[in-house]
Design a protein around this ligand. Structure first.
Ligand code: UGA
Length: 447
């Protein structure tokens, strides 16, 4: 059977991984993005962000003509293909609600293309949108522009994405589950058969549901994961007040309970990235509009707001309250390992506070330094290696759990720093070994 041609509107993390994923399995994919620079890079086989495993497959897909990216030509991409994934960004408004301008623009263009097409075409919303969006906003736009009825003229699905940055490609190729929100059975079945062909024997468990349930599943998943993190960070803060207590041991033991599970119980400096902070806020705002206050999630957010500042408090405790003129080394800038993304990275409030308190900051990250330069400019120094970052520092804060930082030994700190003081913000070092050799403190470690 001939493989359907796929269009992908918006090539952020979700869009690009979807596009490369389908191209790598032999599908012809036409993407479109309104940022010319992104499209140009993709067409040269250059990924627009750091993501393990993506580079080779992107190069291959572009070279063998399976993937091309148009500049702002949604209509053409849709017209020339059989099924469309919409994966445009949904940024936050100032009140935390999501901004649907890109989703709406895409829907208008997709609808115009559908108007010119005779064949049945399925539109799949992959962007994270609050419950009700696909049914109440996207569908009417598509119907108006296409002059067709949803269901008979075209199909409509909401298919949230659960990939993580840093393992985005791996997650795309081996999903835990597929959620297919469907306008009608015909739309959902069409998308399911595409995935059956894509995954073959490894087809993940699939949930068919309504459009708004699918939208809510995405928010409920991210909000629950964020809740686990804020919960364990709260327990970490309690551990620090209990001599001998250690949140890592608590989390390991708690996670052994099958009903709880061990994942997402790593205490640290809080969650960042382009998803959890935005999605928790958006769900709170969406529910507020419906007249229901999500008070638990409000608390999840406030724990996350103050958590990074624990690192600065530690710094002051260890350096004697006044940070003026002190040299602080920051290891890790990315919001998590294996990415150069710094959106909502917890290091941002940490560095801002250190600067406010008069400290001199030097930072190092294996890949996120160019991103950091656009945020902090010359307000901080940038080192070329972890060791260079530690040179003459009065204190070091470990912020991101990169593998290369895990390999550092106590001697790396004692030999290079002015004062060997280490704050482990992600619990990657063994407290016993490190506290023997240097002044060591860590999130969730009782004094
Ligand atoms: C998250 C979800 O994990 C994905 O399933 C989802 O598809 C994605 O958002 C999205 O909505 O697009 P991501 O933001 O890439 O993925 O990163 P995570 O690995 O979930 O980490 C988020 C933040 O939580 C990071 O800052 C990380 O350091 C922090 N975290 C994670 C902890 O502090 N503790 C943990 O135990 C786990």
């Amino acid at each position: 059977m001939k493989k359907p041609k796929i269009s992908v509107i918006g090539v952020g993390y979700v869009g690009l991984c979807t596009a490369v994923g389908f191209a790598s399995k032999g599908y012809t994919v036409i993407a479109s993005d309104n940022v010319a620079e992104k499209a140009t890079k993709i067409n040269k086989g250059i990924p627009i962000f750091h993501e393990p495993g993506l580079q080779n497959l992107l190069e291959e897909a572009v070279e063998n003509g399976r993937l091309k990216c148009l500049i702002n030509q949604t209509e053409k991409a849709v017209f020339d293909t059989d099924l469309t994934f919409v994966a445009v960004g949904t940024p936050s408004n100032s009140d935390g609600s999501i901004n649907l301008q890109f989703t709406e623009l895409a829907a208008h263009d997709v609808g115009k293309a559908l108007n010119k097409k005779d064949a049945y075409h399925v539109v799949v919303i992959k962007s994270t949108v609050v419950p009700g969006t696909t049914q109440d906003i996207v569908k009417p736009i598509l119907e108006k522009e296409s002059k067709k009825k949803c269901g008979s003229g075209f199909g409509l699905c909401m298919n949230p994405e659960f990939l993580r940055q840093g393992s985005a490609f791996e997650d795309t190729m081996h999903a835990d589950r597929l959620v297919i929100g469907e306008y009608d059975k015909k739309s959902g079945d069409a998308l399911e058969s595409l995935y059956e062909e894509f995954y073959g024997k490894n087809m993940p468990p699939t949930v068919h549901t309504s459009l708004s349930t699918a939208e809510l599943i995405k928010y409920a998943s991210n909000s629950l994961l964020a809740t686990k993190i804020s919960f364990i960070n709260m327990i970490a803060n309690l551990c620090e007040k209990l001599p001998g207590a250690d949140v890592k041991v608590v989390a390991n033991a708690v996670g052994l309970d099958k009903r709880i599970g061990p994942l997402f119980l790593n205490a640290g400096l809080g969650y960042g990235g382009s998803c959890f902070p935005k999605d928790v806020k958006a769900l709170i705002a969406c529910s507020k509009n419906l007249g229901y206050r999500l008070s638990l999630l409000e608390e999840v957010e406030s724990v996350n707001e103050v958590q990074p500042l624990r690192a600065v408090e530690f710094c002051k405790e260890l350096l004697g309250n006044n940070l003026t003129g002190k040299h602080v080394a920051i290891l890790g800038l990315a919001f998590k390992a294996n990415t150069d993304d710094m959106r909502e990275a917890r290091v941002i409030p940490i560095i801002n506070q250190l600067i406010k308190e008069g400290a001199n900051v030097t930072a190092y990250d294996p890949v996120a330094t160019p991103t950091a330069k656009t945020i902090f400019q010359n307000k901080i120094q940038y080192a070329n290696s972890a060791i260079a970052c530690l040179k003459n520092a009065d204190c070091c804060i470990l912020v991101t759990e990169w593998e290369e930082f895990k390999k550092l030994t106590p001697a790396d700190f004692t030999k290079n720093m002015k004062q060997p003081i280490l704050i482990d913000g992600r619990r990657i070092y063994n407290p016993e070994t490190f506290s023997k050799k240097l002044k060591f403190t860590a999130i969730g470690l009782g004094k």
